[in-house]
Each structure stands twice: as structure tokens, then as C-alpha cells.
Design a protein around this ligand. Structure first.
Ligand code: SIN
Length: 372
């Protein structure tokens, strides 16, 4: 736990909330010396090398989704958090660009669901990328230009669409899960000892430099023996990992572009939050993330055009995207159906749940809402 922040916490109080506020604070800026940085991960009293299964994923399978051979991954565990695995950027140089482009251009497309669908007509959210690409980097002549749709994007859901109101998934609120993201998640979970993981839902969170994500536990999935997988792209963040109650003071860690977290076992149902977005460190700067020219035969990584990459760069120079992938279903259990009264229809014709708030608060406005 952060010593500075911890010294402010009195016994019995909501230690998570206090430390969340400590790192969210702008003035005076918080002291970041206690934030664990796996990037320069030197095993010590807090972090230790995590055991992976390199035989579970061949080098070819890894390369097809843009990953280094598993034996080259730098994976760590954290003292006091059994089942938590942090993989420091296992991506091959040049493959970030593909995944960033998917998060910005492909996954926000229909039939996937995003926050903009809650208050805009479907025809207007049909082509978020196309309607934003031109304006995104344009210099304004003194006046502030209106935000593009991409800059207003806060979340996208894939597969079983999470309902923020009821905090549930439902059997009749589902669209096809992207095959490429399924493949990436499959290789990572297999290497981490979960060869049967099935990607059934994802939530993409889009953070601007002043965004944060409130304190929550991901417990809506039916099988908590299956891990939760988290990918970060773009700017960096402080991630807080707490305990099973809010009185447990959280550990603060940096998440940089390309970092992957696996929350499993006893760490699957812990409180966590993102109080702060920070500029990426120099060695993870955007210029190092550009597309590779060579493509892996049979891989899922299509080339990213210079034009698309220019748009991605303009977006992520001040933003972060996080993707969490979940298995929703459990053997012998079924999801409820969403009652017709709480359904709405999109232009694509599919029925979607109504997302609006929920305990783990999200807002459809310009900054992510924080529950503290
Ligand atoms: C989440 O907990 O849903 C996302 C966390 C993150 O943005 O790293």
C-alpha cells in the first residue's frame, strides 16, 4: 500500500476511498513514489516472477495475435494477491497499432453498443470513426472546436452486453464476440493456466486525461473461477487493487500501454479502480507504438494504414483505452432474459439493454463518473 496515502487512513474507515482521492488529487499533485511499476519490475518484497505455461501457446500462435513468445513475457505476481498476474507489455513491437485501431475504429461499430447509443439515434452512431477522423486533429482557429464522437466515446460493450442499471448480463442481449479479441484472450489465458477460458463479453473504457473509474468489483459473471483479463493501450494509468472490503487499503500500480492483467483465484473479486490517467513514460511513447510493416502469415493482425494510424495517434496522445474480457456463462447455469419493458431497439434491429448508471457509475457525458 502507498505509505504516504496509508498514513492518512484511520482504522475502520473506507481506506480505498481515501487512497482513491489521494491519487485523483490535482493540487498538490500526489507523491507517486509508492506506485509499483512492473515496467522496471525488479522482483523484491512486493513483486515476484509469475509462473506461466509456455508450452500452452506456440510461438506461431502467439505471433498471430501480435504477442511475443511466452518464454519472453515478463510476468509478475504481487505479494498478498494470490491469482493476480501482471504481464508487462507482452506485445510484439508494431502490434499495438492493430489493437488500438480495433478499439477505436472497429469495436465501436454496430452491432456493438456504446454510451452514445443511449442518447443519439442509431444512424448517428453508425460510423463514429468516419465522423470523427477528419476533425480529430484539426487545428481550431482560436475557437474551441466541438468534440468529435470519438472524443465523446466512454464505453463500448461486446458479446453479452453489460447492463449498467441492473448490473447483469442477459441471454437476449448478446451479439457476436470479435474473433480476433477472442483469439488474443485465449492465448493469454492459456499461458496463465486457464486453457478453457471462453471470451463472452468485453467492456472497453475510453479515458481522457481527466477521467477516472470508480471503485467496484466485477461480480456479474456467473463463474468466478474464470479469470478477468484486462488490456491497456495509449496513455498510462494508476490502477488500485484492494481487498474484499473497502476498509482494505489498495495497492497502487502503473498500467502502461500494452500491459495485461489477469485477475483470478482469490484476486478475481477484489475491489479495484482507476483514479488517474498519466502521460505515458518516454520509453512507451506513441512513436514506439506505430504499425509494423511485416504481417504474420495467417495472423489476425491486418495492416494498419498510415492514414488510420495518424488518427489513432491523435486520439491516444491524450487518451487511454482499457479492454476487460470476461467469461460470462457457467456450466449448468443460465442467464436471465431481459424483460421487454426495459429493452430498447437499435437501428440494426437487435434488442439491447438500457445502460444508464448502476453502482459502478458511468456517465454518458464528457467525463467518467466516479463512485467514491
Ligand atoms: C475496469 O475495471 O473495468 C477497467 C480498469 C482499467 O481501466 O484498467
Amino acid at each position: 500500500m502507498a505509505k504516504m496515502a496509508a498514513s492518512m487512513v484511520e482504522s475502520g474507515e473506507d481506506a480505498f476511498r481515501k487512497i482513491f482521492k489521494f491519487y485523483k488529487r490535482r493540487e498538490p499533485p500526489p507523491d507517486l513514489r509508492d506506485v509499483t511499476d512492473f515496467c522496471c519490475g525488479v522482483p523484491g518484497d512486493k513483486i515476484f516472477p509469475a509462473k506461466l505455461d509456455p508450452a500452452a501457446v506456440s510461438d506461431e500462435e502467439a505471433a498471430r495475435v501480435g504477442l511475443k513468445p511466452v518464454r519472453d513475457w515478463r510476468a509478475f505476481g504481487l505479494q498478498g494477491y494470490p491469482g493476480f498476474i501482471f504481464i508487462s507489455n507482452p506485445f510484439l513491437r508494431g502490434s499495438h497499432a492493430f489493437w488500438i485501431r480495433q478499439c477505436l475504429k472497429t469495436y465501436p461499430q454496430k452491432p456493438n453498443i456504446c454510451n452514445l447509443d443511449m442518447h443519439m439515434c442509431p444512424a448517428d452512431t453508425q460510423d463514429i470513426w468516419g465522423r470523427s477522423a477528419h476533425d480529430l486533429g484539426s487545428a481550431s482557429s482560436g475557437k474551441r472546436r466541438p468534440k468529435t464522437l470519438l472524443e465523446k466515446l466512454r464505453w463500448v460493450t461486446l458479446g453479452y452486453h453489460y447492463n449498467w442499471d441492473t448490473k447483469t448480463y442477459s441471454a437476449n442481449n448478446h451479439t457476436v464476440f470479435p474473433a480476433d479479441l477472442h483469439s488474443l484472450s485465449f492465448q493469454i489465458t492459456a499461458a496463465c493456466g486457464f486453457p478453457e477460458f471462453s471470451s463472452e463479453a468485453a467492456i472497453l473504457n475510453y479515458y481522457r486525461s481527466d477521467s477516472s473509474l470508480g471503485i467496484h468489483v466485477d461480480e456479474s459473471e456467473l463463474d468466478h473461477t474464470r479469470p478477468l483479463l484486462s488490456f491497456s493501450f495509449g496513455q498510462s494509468a494508476i490502477f488500485l487493487l484492494g481487498g474484499t472490503c473497502r476498509q482494505d487499503a489498495p495497492t497502487a500500480m502503473f498500467m502502461h500501454s500494452g500491459d495485461v492483467m489477469v485477475m483470478s483465484g482469490q484476486s478475481r473479486l477484489l475491489y479495484h479502480a482507476v483514479p488517474r490517467i498519466l502521460p505515458a513514460p518516454q520509453e512507451r511513447a506513441l512513436e514506439n507504438l506505430g504499425p509494423a510493416s511485416a504481417q504474420q502469415d495467417g495472423g489476425v493482425l491486418e495492416p494498419v494504414s498510415d492514414e488510420d494510424w495518424a488518427v489513432c495517434c491523435r486520439y491516444i496522445q491524450s487518451s487511454r483505452v482499457n479492454v476487460t474480457v470476461r467469461q460470462v456463462l457457467a456450466p449448468g447455469r443460465s442467464l436471465p432474459e431481459t424483460p421487454p419493458a426495459s429493452l430498447q431497439r437499435t437501428a440494426g434491429g437487435q434488442v439491447v439493454g438500457y445502460h444508464d448508471g448502476g453502482k459502478r457509475k458511468r456517465s454518458n457525458s464528457d467525463s467518467n463518473t466516479v463512485e467514491t
